[in-house]
Ligand binder design. Structure first.
Ligand SMILES: C[S@@+](CC[C@H](N)C(=O)[O-])C[C@H]1O[C@@H](n2cnc3c(N)ncnc32)[C@H](O)[C@@H]1O
Length: 455
C-alpha cells in the first residue's frame, strides 16, 4: 500500500489490520514520513492496542509527529500501562516533543525516577531542551549518582565538564626523540621514560602465553598481570581520545599425555575486562579471518568418530579489538585538531573493507614465528591514524608495524626484547630507503642510549 494513499485516507490502515499483515503494516508505519496536523489520527490510536509491540511503538512515533497537545494523556497512559520498554520510550519521546513546557516538564520529572534506565534517558533528553531552567538543572543533577553508567556520563558531560572542547595545538604533535626509534629492551622499563600523552596509536600482538618460545611465564595470572602493567602504561602515553588496537586469540596448550586434556586460554576475553578497568573504552571487534588451510587441523579425530562433544573446530580467526582512550570529546574533536591538508592527505579513498570481517592471508617470516601481515598493519594505520602521527608497537617482533608506518608516512616507535628480532627489524626497515623526513632516519637504541636521548 502506497504511503500517500494512507496519508490521504488513513483508514486504509484498517485494511492491513484486517488482513493481519504485520510485515506490511510495520513497513508502512515506518515509512509514513511527515504527517500534516490535520491527519486523521483514529487509525493510529487504534493501533496503540495492537498485540505487536513494534506496531504499537510505530503508532506512537507517528502520533508524535502530529505534535498535538491534546494527546498528552494518551501518551502518559502508554508510559503507565504498556509493558514494552521501547513503546514506553516512544511515548516519553512524544511527550518531549509537545509544545507545552510547563506540563511537559512536570511529566518528564516524574519519569526521572522510573526503574527502566531507557525511560530515564528518554525523559532526560526531553528535559535537556530546558537545560537553562534552574528547576530542570536541579532535578537532572541529582542523577549524577544514578547506577546506570550512560546516565552518569550524560550528567557529567552536561553539568560537570570542565574540559574545553576547543583546539589543542599539542594534539597532533609528538616528541621528536621518539620518532622512528626502535628500543631494544623490556617494554616495561622503556615506557618508564616515555612522557604522558605522546603517541597517537598503538597496534600490537602480545606474546602468546607459553605457546611460543619467546613467551614463558610461570602462570597465566603472571602473564595477564604482565600485560596489564604494559597496557596501563600504553594508556598513560596515549593522547586523549586516541586508539589502542589489540590483536590476540585464544591459545591452546597441548596435553602432556593421553590421560590429560589440553588447555585452552581465552586471552582476548581475559584481557578485555582489564583494559576496561584501566579506562579504555571498547569501540569495535574486528575478526581477522585466515584461510582454513593455514590453521592447525584439530578435527582429524572427529572426522573419524563423529561423536557429539568431540567436535573441535579449526581456529582460523583472530581478534582485533579496538579501544579508545576515555574522553568526553567526540571523535570529531580529534579529527578537527588536524589541518585541512593533513585530513585530506590521510583520507582513505576508493574501495575499503566495510565489514568487521577482514580476510587476510597470514605471513610467514624466516626469523619470527608470529608476524603481522603487512596488509593488516596498513589497514590499521590508514583507518586509525593521520599522516605525521606517532604510532607504537610495544611488542614489535619483526617490526612489520614500523615498516607499514614508514610506507604510509607516519612515524613509528617500537620496543622489542629479543635481540634476534631487533636485527630482523633492522633488515625489514632498511629495505625501505624512502624516508619521508631525513631528520628521522630510523635509529636502534638500547634502554641506556634511549634514556640519554631523553636528557
Ligand atoms: C607476537 S610477537 C609480535 C610480532 C609482531 N607483531 C610482528 O609483526 O613481527 C610478540 C613479541 O613480543 C616480544 N616481547 C615479549 N615480551 C616482551 C617485553 N617484555 N618487552 C618487549 N618485547 C617483548 C617477543 O620477543 C615477540 O617478538
Amino acid at each position: 500500500m502506497e504511503n500517500n494513499i494512507v496519508k490521504k485516507s488513513p483508514e486504509s490502515i484498517y485494511e492491513l489490520i484486517q488482513k493481519n499483515n504485520y510485515g506490511a503494516l510495520i513497513k508502512l508505519l515506518d515509512r509514513l514520513g511527515k504527517l500534516s496536523a490535520d491527519f486523521d489520527n483514529k487509525p493510529l490510536l487504534k493501533l496503540l492496542e495492537h498485540d505487536n509491540e513494534k506496531i504499537r511503538g510505530l503508532a506512537v512515533k507517528n502520533l508524535a509527529k502530529l505534535v498535538d497537545n491534546s494527546l498528552v494523556n494518551v501518551f502518559v497512559k502508554i508510559v503507565e500501562k504498556d509493558d514494552s520498554s521501547s513503546v514506553r520510550r516512544e511515548a516519553i519521546s512524544a511527550i518531549g516533543r509537545l509544545r507545552n513546557s510547563v506540563v511537559n516538564k512536570q511529566i518528564l520529572f516524574k519519569y526521572l525516577s522510573d526503574s527502566d534506565p531507557e525511560i530515564v534517558l528518554q525523559a532526560m533528553r526531553g528535559l535537556l531542551v530546558f537545560k537553562k531552567n534552574k528547576d530542570v538543572q536541579d532535578r537532572l543533577k541529582k542523577l549524577g549518582n544514578h547506577p546506570n553508567e550512560i546516565i552518569q556520563d550524560i550528567i557529567k558531560k552536561e553539568f560537570h565538564n570542565n574540559f574545553s572542547n576547543g583546539f589543542d595545538p599539542t594534539h597532533i604533535l609528538s616528541p621528536d626523540f621518539m620518532k622512528n626509534i626502535v628500543v631494544h629492551g623490556d617494554v616495561r622499563k622503556v615506557l618508564k621514560s616515555v612522557p604522558n600523552e605522546s603517541i597517537h596509536l598503538t597496534f600490537t600482538s602480545p606474546p602468546y602465553y607459553n605457546a611460543k618460545d619467546y613467551s614463558i611465564y610461570l602462570s597465566y595470572k603472571e602473564y595477564l598481570d604482565f600485560l596489564e602493567e604494559v597496557f596501563k602504561e600504553v594508556y598513560r602515553i596515549t593522547k586523549e581520545g586516541r586508539f589502542f588496537i589489540l590483536n590476540s586469540s585464544p591459545i591452546i596448550i597441548p596435553r602432556v599425555g593421553r590421560q590429560y586434556s589440553s588447555k585452552r586460554y581465552p586471552i582476548p576475553y581475559d584481557i578485555h575486562p582489564l583494559l576496561i578497568k584501566m579506562g579504555w573504552e571498547f569501540i569495535d571487534d574486528i575478526v581477522w579471518e585466515k584461510p582454513e588451510a593455514s590453521a592447525k587441523n584439530r578435527n582429524a579425530g572427529f572426522l573419524q568418530h563423529r561423536k557429539p562433544l568431540g567436535y573441535k573446530p579449526n581456529p582460523c580467526t583472530e581478534c582485533v579489538m579496538v579501544y579508545r582512550k576515555k574522553t568526553d570529546k567526540l571523535i570529531d574533536w580529534n579529527i578537527k585538531q588536524y589541518p585541512k591538508e593533513i585530513i585530506e592527505e590521510s583520507k582513505i579513498n576508493g574501495d575499503f573493507v566495510s565489514s568487521n570481517v577482514w580476510k587476510i592471508d597470514p605471513t610467514f617470516d624466516k626469523i619470527h614465528s608470529a608476524v603481522f601481515p603487512l596488509e593488516l598493519c596498513n589497514r590499521i594505520i590508514k583507518f586509525y591514524s593521520f599522516k605525521g602521527d606517532l604510532v607504537f608497537d610495544p611488542f614489535a617482533g619483526s617490526g612489520t608495524f614500523g615498516k607499514s608506518a614508514m610506507d604510509l608516512n607516519r612515524f613509528f616507535f617500537l620496543t622489542e626484547k629479543g635481540g634476534k628480532y631487533v636485527d630482523r627489524i633492522k633488515e625489514n626497515i632498511s629495505q625501505n630507503n624512502l624516508f619521508h623526513d631525513n631528520s628521522f632516519i630510523p635509529r636502534f637504541l638500547n634502554i641506556e642510549k634511549f634514556r640519554e636521548v631523553l636528557k
